[in-house]
Ligand binder design. Structure first.
Ligand SMILES: *[C@@H]1O[C@H](CO)[C@@H](O)[C@H](O)[C@H]1NC(C)=O
Ligand SMILES: *[C@@H]1O[C@H](CO)[C@@H](O)[C@H](O)[C@H]1NC(C)=O
Ligand SMILES: *[C@@H]1O[C@H](CO)[C@@H](O)[C@H](O)[C@H]1NC(C)=O
Ligand SMILES: *[C@@H]1O[C@H](CO)[C@@H](O)[C@H](O)[C@H]1NC(C)=O
Ligand SMILES: [Cu+2]
Length: 599
């Protein structure tokens, strides 16, 4: 991307920068001694695959049931603990930060929260973490810092959740152990999740400013489901704890000597950011907290809700033995009709919800789920990525009870179809990457050439939809995530004469003035995979292309309910919402912007 660009710093940023430089000086002194030059890491060949059984994380019910059978709001307290976790039979226990209802029961990933549509879940998130982080957070980023080293800042975002911004886990709403220190946008507990949204798959994870990548890497993430009685009856998908499973995937590096989580303490541009690296990739693939696990399955249908919780790794998944995936939902919303695929890509933080029928394979078969996506994705044309195993299914005999589950031809066909004509306004959102002069090494990434701390520029009106034209001027695929809203992809098209357009954008940062429509005319149109054409909350924004999305700033309702223009809470109060890239290493380096919803 050529030269490094500068933008006027606000007074606030300047003050922050001064504070950070002081912090940095102190921390570099401490970290200077710890060199990773000679760290020996565990590679795929050192650990025997398929020796640990796939765990099912503890399930917590997000609602209560009265003696009369009525459903009432649930009240959970979930802590964050400094503890250890066995990622593999042959690895020593690894230090982690984990969610759980107690230190003894905390897991990586954390418990799966099972909420019921229309019944609120209140969660008191309690930080029990120590004074300092054990991973190299880079103090030169705009980062949450507790004064005087008073604990590791954390805050929880429910990804895909439709909740008031005071419960949304704003990155500046962080808090440390015992709330000893709190961020400038802190809201007191508990957080309230109304669950008044369509049934589907969500996840919760840390979202503290500048620390999201290290806090999630340390283990702070978990699955969350919103269930609804409308899913049962005619839908009749595989259900029950045995046959309806969450698979939380991520990649990690471990030090061979002691099994410690490894993150390089030397940044790609150490003169600018001593520790920050643009993308974290690990050699070990972990599913539900176990490296390359196995699961015994019966010859019947299973439902897998697959969440990619990697910092930066995209997974392109396929099954051996000729088995297919039947997609029933994408991110948090059901598809209208099932879509069968042999292979699909999940970006970080994207969720694929699939049914696999093991009756299509022989008893005794070993079915391997593999990944062959290049990292970083999409990589160079022609680059051949290594195929890596993710986990193995060992197919046993038929179920004792016959498999009565089905995948109906229509799932939830009653959500509104995306229609660009209803958009109240259109905006351009441009992704920029900045590199150090004379090198190709990125220093930071911005949206619309603005830092996260710059004043809000996106102020959508509640009850409207907007077309966002997301322009990727970087070399990577950036998964875009918008809080509160759902969006649908309208089209994705490559820019022609992209160098000319990029040069103009670097000078003017104004897509219209740089003739974006002229550069799109005749540009190659990219097919959006069928399973990604519904309402989503993460989408892979292709490089050198413009992705047009319809963003909905009103509740998603089904045909049986009247269209609602208002959310069931006040969206205009509280710290506000954000939109950002979900490569965590980018999000932490300000590829995130505030968003203020108005009425
Ligand atoms: C949760 O707390 C609310 C009050 O805040 C109460 O109405 C509800 O009954 C509680 N739920 C359970 C399951 O105890
Ligand atoms: C850490 O990063 C530095 C600088 O990029 C590199 O020289 C070193 O090999 C890396 N260490 C490991 C173990 O990957
Ligand atoms: C998971 O997400 C990361 C980061 O967006 C991405 O690089 C990786 O390919 C994804 N993996 C899968 C299996 O989708
Ligand atoms: C973003 O655009 C750059 C060029 O402008 C391209 O090289 C890169 O592949 C794009 N990333 C994605 C994911 O499309
Ligand atoms: Cu990104």
């Amino acid at each position: 991307m050529g030269e490094r660009r500068r933008f006027p710093a606000s007074a606030r940023l300047l003050a922050l920068a001064v504070a950070m430089v002081l912090q940095a000086a102190a921390v570099v002194l401490v970290l200077g001694e710890a060199s990773d030059g000679g760290a020996m890491l565990v590679g795929p060949r050192q650990l025997e695959k398929f020796v640990d059984e796939l765990p099912d994380m503890p399930r917590l019910r997000g609602y209560g049931v009265t003696e009369g059978g009525a459903l009432v709001a649930g009240n959970l307290t979930i802590g964050m603990y400094d503890t250890s976790w066995k990622f593999h039979r042959d690895l020593p226990a690894t230090r982690v930060f984990a969610y759980g209802t107690s230190k003894e029961t905390a897991t990586v990933p954390g418990p799966t929260i099972e909420a019921m549509r229309g019944v609120p879940t209140h969660v008191t998130w309690a930080n029990h973490l120590p004074a300092r982080h054990f991973l190299p957070w880079d103090p030169t980023l705009t980062t949450a810092v507790a004064p005087g080293g008073r604990g590791v800042p954390t805050v929880v975002h429910l990804h895909g959740g439709v909740q008031q911004s005071s419960s949304d886990g704003h990155s500046l709403a962080w808090f440390t152990s015992g709330f000893a220190a709190t961020g400038p946008r802190f809201s007191p507990p508990p957080y309230t999740y109304p669950n008044r949204q369509p049934p589907g798959n969500l996840w919760y994870h840390d979202h503290a400013m500048g620390l999201t990548r290290v806090n999630i890497l340390a283990g702070l993430m978990g699955a969350y489901r919103v269930a609804s009685p409308a899913e049962e009856g005619p839908m009749n998908l595989p259900r029950g704890e045995a046959f309806d499973r969450n698979l939380v995937l991520f990649d990690r590096d471990f030090r061979a000597a002691d099994g410690a989580l490894f993150m390089n303490r030397t940044g790609n541009n150490p003169g600018v950011h001593p520790q920050w690296n643009p993308e974290y990739f690990g050699a070990v693939v972990v599913v539900n907290g176990k490296a390359w696990p196995y699961l015994r399955v019966r010859r019947r249908r299973y439902r897998f809700r697959i969440l990619n919780a990697s910092n930066a790794r995209f997974f392109r998944l396929s099954l051996s033995a000729g088995l297919r995936f039947v997609h029933v939902a994408s991110d948090s919303v059901y598809l209208a009709r099932p879509v069968a695929t042999e292979r699909f890509v999940v970006a970080p933080s994207e969720i694929a919800d699939v049914v696999v029928d093991f009756a299509e394979s022989a008893a005794g078969a070993a079915v391997v789920l593999s990944d062959d996506a290049p990292a970083p994705y999409p990589g160079d044309p022609g680059e051949k990525a290594e195929t890596i195993a993710v986990m193995k299914f060992v197919v046993e005999g038929a179920a004792e009870d016959p498999d009565t589950s089905t995948v109906p031809a229509t799932l939830m066909p009653h959500y509104p179809r995306p229609d660009a004509r209803e958009a109240a306004t259109a905006r351009h959102i441009t992704m920029y990457e900045y590199t150090r002069a004379g090198t190709d090494e990125p220093t930071h990434l911005y949206l619309n050439a603005r830092s996260y701390m710059d004043p809000v520029t996106e102020t959508p009106k509640e009850g409207t939809s907007e077309v966002w034209e997301v322009i990727n001027l970087t070399d990577d695929n950036h998964p875009l995530h918008v809080h509160l809203a759902v969006f649908a992809v309208l089209e994705q098209r490559s820019l022609r004469r992209v160098d000319e357009f990029r040069d103009c954008m670097k000078r003017r940062n104004d897509a219209r003035a740089c003739g974006v429509d002229r550069h799109l005319a005749g540009g190659r149109r990219h097919v959006v995979p069928r399973q990604e054409r519904g309402w989503k909350n993460v989408f892979k924004v292709r490089p050198s292309a413009v992705t047009r999305i319809l963003v909905r700033f009103k509740p998603l309702t089904d045909a049986a309910s009247p269209e609602e223009s208002r959310f069931p809470f006040d969206v205009t109060t509280g710290p506000g919402y954000v939109y950002h890239c979900h490569i965590l290493d980018h999000e932490d380096n300000e590829m995130m912007r505030p968003m203020k919803i108005v009425r």
